[in-house]
Design a protein around this ligand. Structure first.
Ligand SMILES: [Zn+2]
Length: 240
């Protein structure tokens, strides 16, 4: 793990210049982030939980904006943005890719739930578009963090899916899939990185935690490895 990642046992957090105005947490298997009792126990002194805001996730590319009027409202969508202080956002995943977006200049944040469907719908750039419209976010000021999720080491997919993504990103030099023993493995990390870069996020501002949930299923929930578990990794962010 990169040294910017700090392991607090119940969750990981990030220490990086420019991110001092936010609190970030990505939970381990010590807690199920779908469970409010677990959240309250671990985060009562970390986040302003009375304002916790999340989506009803539906594998879409819908981005919801949280402002003073709709704090805590739960509606369909797979990304969530805010520039309100003391309003923690939460995205739930288990193998799908959680992406954290931080506008370090205009002080706005976004969380993205990017499974293959959301990734295919370019939900990362949809979220950056919403942040641009709402907060005048410039991509060159954005730090993006790719959290624990299934890596190309383990994410076996059909050839159809490989074809679909190759058509989506025809001009990419980096490998977005692997072939091993005649099986196809998709690289959702690299695909989301390419989508972020295409929108103008700087490579030096993209932090891939490089943690595969399937390889590290002792510490992170994996839908595939844990037999379709209902438990989830929580990715939290709050502007202090
Ligand atoms: Zn793996």
């Amino acid at each position: 793990m990169a040294k910017t990642i700090i392991d607090k046992n119940d969750y990981l957090t990030i220490d990086r210049e420019g991110l001092d105005f936010v609190n970030i947490a990505i939970t381990t298997t010590n807690i199920d982030s779908k469970n409010l009792d677990d959240i309250n126990r671990v985060f009562k002194d970390v986040f302003t939980l009375k304002n916790l805001s999340k989506n009803k996730q539906i594998h879409s590319n819908i981005v919801n904006k949280v402002d003073r009027q709709n704090i805590g409202q739960i509606i369909d969508g797979d990304a969530i943005i805010t520039n309100e202080k003391n309003v923690p956002l939460l995205i739930l995943t288990a193998d799908c890719v959680p992406v954290i977006l931080v506008d370090t200049v205009n002080k706005a944040v976004g969380l993205v739930h990017a499974g293959w469907r959301g990734t295919y719908g370019k939900i990362c750039s949809e979220t950056l578009k919403s942040m641009k419209e709402s907060y005048n976010t410039k991509p060159e000021n954005v730090v993006a963090i790719i959290g624990p999720s299934i890596g190309s080491c383990c994410y076996e997919v059909s050839y159809d899916l490989v074809e679909k993504f190759s058509a989506l990103l025809p001009n990419v030099d980096e490998k977005i899939y692997d072939i091993r023993d005649n099986k196809y493995y998709l690289d959702l990390w690299e695909i989301n990185i390419q989508i972020l870069k295409e929108f103008g996020v700087l490579k030096s501002n993209i932090i891939n935690m490089n943690i595969c949930t399937s390889c590290n299923c002792d510490r992170f929930f994996s839908y595939r490895k844990h037999d379709k578990t209902s438990k989830r990794i929580g990715t939290f962010i709050e502007i202090k």
